[in-house]
Design a protein around this ligand. Structure first.
Ligand code: AMP
Ligand code: ZN
Ligand code: FE
Ligand code: FE
Length: 280
């Protein structure tokens, strides 16, 4: 019995619909999946329905972009209430910032003599949480770049002409928002962060878990974060970060987290909700 707790659909920067993602999980014989679209839970209802049809456990989730001391850190939220009004109004704020960033990237491209309109990006993204992969796809579709890689290399990578820094909230605020919505907060792909120095302050701020297993983690990195999880008493999670075809190939099936970790994560979420109820 295995889980994959990290993936993105067409509701953010993935290329599979929620139904296609659930079907891919089914082909890989996963027992449990979590949808972690960036700054949205809008795809969760559809994926939950398809998972129910296929006999797969579904976990409501999202991935937020935070920062600690200027260092970007992605915070995953699991078992949160997708109807929590305070949480949803914050997601809308993050989505607006993403849309504004697309306008800024289009303006920068135009300043480089590349005639790409923000509307062309939105027409491709067709979602509330657009990102750089949508800009890259729009550049390719308009014949302005030969490939998505070329689009990133020439324009979109950090410090390239059309790069615009991403809107980030404080990681502490991200943890708080997730807890407020009854969920657990998890540090995403820690080996991709600049350093482990951000982990102690996140523990101090009440982070609940750490993504020890991830497609881009080496075996040694996973081992290292398993030891840190033990040291700090954090729940262990893992996920493929599948983006459909956006990362060259679907990454689904590459991470198989024993479901016991999902049960432990769920127990922590229950404890958070009980604490919140008791305080109210
Ligand atoms: P954003 O969140 O809008 O800054 O975009 C980040 C996304 O762009 C991540 O999902 C990356 O995997 C993706 N990305 C970064 N570099 C490339 C690349 N060369 N080709 C395709 N996708 C990329
Ligand atoms: Zn993504
Ligand atoms: Fe991430
Ligand atoms: Fe992700």
């Amino acid at each position: 019995m295995f889980a994959d707790l990290h993936m993105h659909t067409t509701f953010s920067d993935g290329t599979f619909s929620p139904e296609e993602m659930a079907q891919a999980a089914h082909r890989h014989q996963l027992a449990c999946v979590a949808l972690t679209d960036h700054d949205t839970v809008a795809g969760c209802a559809r994926m939950a329905a398809e998972c129910a049809r296929l006999g797969i456990e579904f976990v409501q989730a999202t991935e937020l972009t935070g920062e600690v001391d200027g260092v970007e850190v992605h915070i995953l939220g699991y078992f949160l209430d997708p109807t929590d009004a305070h949480f949803l109004s914050n997601l809308v704020k993050f989505q607006r910032a993403r849309q504004q960033r697309i306008h800024e990237m289009a303006a920068r491209l135009q300043a480089q003599g590349i005639p790409l309109q923000a509307e062309a990006v939105f027409a491709i993204a067709k979602c509330e949480s657009p990102g750089r992969p949508h800009v890259a796809r729009a550049l390719v579709q308009a014949g302005l770049c030969g490939s998505m890689d070329e689009a990133f290399e020439r324009f979109l990578k950090k410090h390239r002409p059309a790069w615009v820094p991403k809107f980030k909230i404080s990681a502490y605020e991200a943890i708080e928002l997730i807890h407020h919505a009854g969920g657990v907060a998890v540090i995403a792909h820690p080996a991709l962060n600049k350093s482990d120095d951000i982990i102690p302050p996140l523990v101090e701020a009440g982070i609940d878990g750490i993504e020890c297993f991830h497609t881009r983690h080496s075996t040694a990195a996973s081992q290292h974060y398993l030891l840190l999880a033990e040291h700090y008493g954090l729940a262990i999670t893992g996920g493929s970060d599948c983006h459909g075809m956006n990362k060259g190939r679907p990454l689904m099936g590459g991470i198989k987290l024993p479901v016991i970790h999902v049960r432990q994560l769920e127990a922590r979420a229950r404890a958070i909700r009980e604490k919140t109820l008791a305080a109210a």
